[in-house]
Design a protein around this ligand. Structure first.
Ligand code: HEM
Length: 524
């Protein structure tokens, strides 16, 4: 066993780059495994270990990993030489059977090589600005429904003091309602019906901190061949069954009654029939958020003779909203509310912009285009994603030997080795962001934003494998903040933990104890 878990330990010895210290089995990640540090702080800490090198080695448990610090080299790897680094590291087994119910392996995030290319090109037309504009009404409805719930509570409360809520819980409920309506075609109200089965099953599905999930991930890292043989899925059977049935029912009803609704199910049904395409003539909205990532030629490729998507593949793409778009968005909103409460000047300036936008609407509901034109909103959200990137790092796996040439040194990243891209580290490097701890939306103002090194700003990743949902995420975050600040000011109260404590261990950016804030009615 010792021999097995230490067999790669000499991997970096022949390479002209430094490597973090290694312990048998723990590699360089003992602090993460034993939950002594958050993954956000870990990425910042390791990034700072070798401040003069562009790339160095570390061990994620037993696996050698290259951590790339240099934005220019990241771009080379993730964009120019993408063909060597197409895939993410495999977390759960590959799945070649399109009809099996092991869903994780069928999601866009997990697919590899040509299967990934085909699926990305199939799904990409569903995430364009023009599709977001069509879907916007659904998000607007969820935001208004949420804010109305808290407004009613505030109006009927006996106390004059603002009611205090854990905003993590608030935005998790909101996020569930958005996924239900946009990705599954269901109207759910997780505020007035807090125990609805969609919310309960969704919550279980994304509860990745469970011991059983940790064990599955660890086993997969150490014994990947065994886990693949056993076809162990990330998602539990019970939740798989629930969501498969939900989608099946929706598909049956839509096909039988010819229902058309501007949501993902409809777009995926079109994708399945092969009728969903990029339309060059349909103008993308002229203004896009600073953080938005662009689709590469891989996503825009025209697919010929692709095998039709199976029902299980379609369900898996709906689940990606839970997997990739639930915690990321609800955590982004949680940290945004926290920063707004701690920076009342920023909050008031944003509120003023919201009032101006509302006045421009002349009584009509908020539209996608008006939201896109809100400059200060975009500055605030861009800075939030800089300071608190919901994904502290991303990864790639090398699929073809790759020769690196930096600072006059040459060495090979071998086929099968992993790459870490330390998003949090880059976002907190003072050479790119002076005073990185300061929440300062001015970094993204018209006058200042040209100074930002775009290769060191990666909240949605980089290259053809970047986040397909960046427009969706930005629309969701901005819409709910618009509705919330219109009615409430977010107040720091006694229960607000400052500085906020981050959850430790192998989890993405999230708080240890939530964020408790007062919701003060603005017209009270
Ligand atoms: C603030 C919210 C979000 C953040 C910060 C975020 C961030 C990221 C990052 C860093 C990656 C990895 C990119 C890379 O490796 O270069 C990613 C991938 C991905 N994200 Fe997001 N994401 C967010 C919301 C969403 C939403 C709402 C969806 C909805 C569908 C989504 C779907 C995906 C998918 C499918 C991938 C994998 C893409 C692929 O492998 O082709 N994300 N995201």
């Amino acid at each position: 066993f010792y021999g097995y878990v230490t067999k790669n330990n000499k991997y970096f010895e022949g390479k002209p780059i430094p490597c973090l210290p290694i312990e048998p089995l723990f590699g360089s990640t003992r602090q993460l495994l034993t939950r002594k540090i958050s993954s956000h702080d870990f990425m910042r800490q390791v990034y700072d270990q070798f401040s003069n090198v562009k790339i160095f080695g570390l061990f994620d448990l037993v696996t050698p990993v290259f951590l790339v610090r240099d934005p220019e080299l990241i771009k080379r790897i993730a964009v120019k030489d993408f063909d060597h680094f197409v895939n993410h590291r495999r977390i759960f087994g590959s799945n070649l059977d399109p009809d099996s119910v092991a869903l994780f392996a069928k999601t866009l995030f997990a697919l590899t090589d040509q299967q990934w290319r085909d699926m990305r090109a199939t799904l990409s037309p569903a995430f364009t600005g023009s599709k977001m504009r069509q879907m916007f009404e659904l998000i607007g409805d969820c935001s208004a429904q949420m804010v109305e719930f808290y407004r009613e509570r505030a109006v009927t409360a006996s106390s004059k003091l603002p009611l205090v809520y854990d905003v993590k819980e608030v935005f998790s409920r909101f996020g569930t309602d958005v996924i239900a309506t946009c990705a599954f075609g269901l109207k759910v109200d997780s505020f007035r019906d807090p125990n609805n089965s969609f919310y309960i099953n969704g919550k279980k599905m994304v509860h990745f901190e469970r011991f059983s999930v940790l064990l599955k991930v660890l086993f997969h890292r150490v014994f990947p061949w065994l886990m693949e043989k056993l076809q162990i899925d990330l998602f539990d059977r019970e939740q798989n069954r629930f969501f498969i049935e939900t989608i099946r029912e929706t598909l049956r009803a839509r096909e039988a009654q010819g229902i058309v609704r501007p949501d993902m199910v409809h777009l995926l049904m079109q994708a399945r029939k092969g009728t969903l395409k990029h339309h060059k003539q349909q103008e993308e909205p002229a203004i896009e958020g600073f953080a938005t990532v662009q689709e590469s030629d891989v996503g825009k490729a025209e697919l010929k003779d692709r095998r039709p998507m199976s029902e299980m593949e379609l369900v898996a793409q709906c689940l990606i909203f839970f997997l990739a778009g639930f915690d990321t968005v609800s955590n982004c909103l949680t940290f945004l509310a926290y920063e707004l409460a701690l920076n009342p000047d920023v909050q008031e300036r944003l509120h003023a912009e919201i009032l101006a936008a509302q006045a421009s609407l002349q009584g009509k509901p908020l539209s996608y285009d008006v939201l896109q034109r809100m400059k200060y909103m975009d500055m605030v959200v861009s800075e939030l994603l800089r300071k608190w990137p919901p994904g502290p790092s991303t990864d790639r796996i090398c699929t073809r030997d790759y020769v690196v040439n930096v600072d006059g040194m040459e060495f090979t990243i071998d086929n099968g080795t992993s790459i870490f891209i330390p998003i949090s580290g880059l976002h907190h490097d003072p050479q790119y962001y002076p005073e990185p701890e300061k929440f300062d939306p001015e970094r993204f103002s018209e006058e200042n934003k040209h100074r930002i090194n775009l290769d060191a700003y990666l909240p949605f990743g980089v290259g053809p494998r970047n986040c397909i949902g960046s427009r969706f995420a930005l629309m969701e975050v901005k819409a709910v903040i618009y509705h919330l600040l219109l009615v409430f000011s977010l107040e720091r109260v006694e229960q607000t933990e400052v500085p906020v404590r981050l959850k430790k261990g192998f989890v993405a950016l999230t708080t240890e104890n939530g964020v408790h804030l007062g919701f003060k009615l603005r017209d009270a």
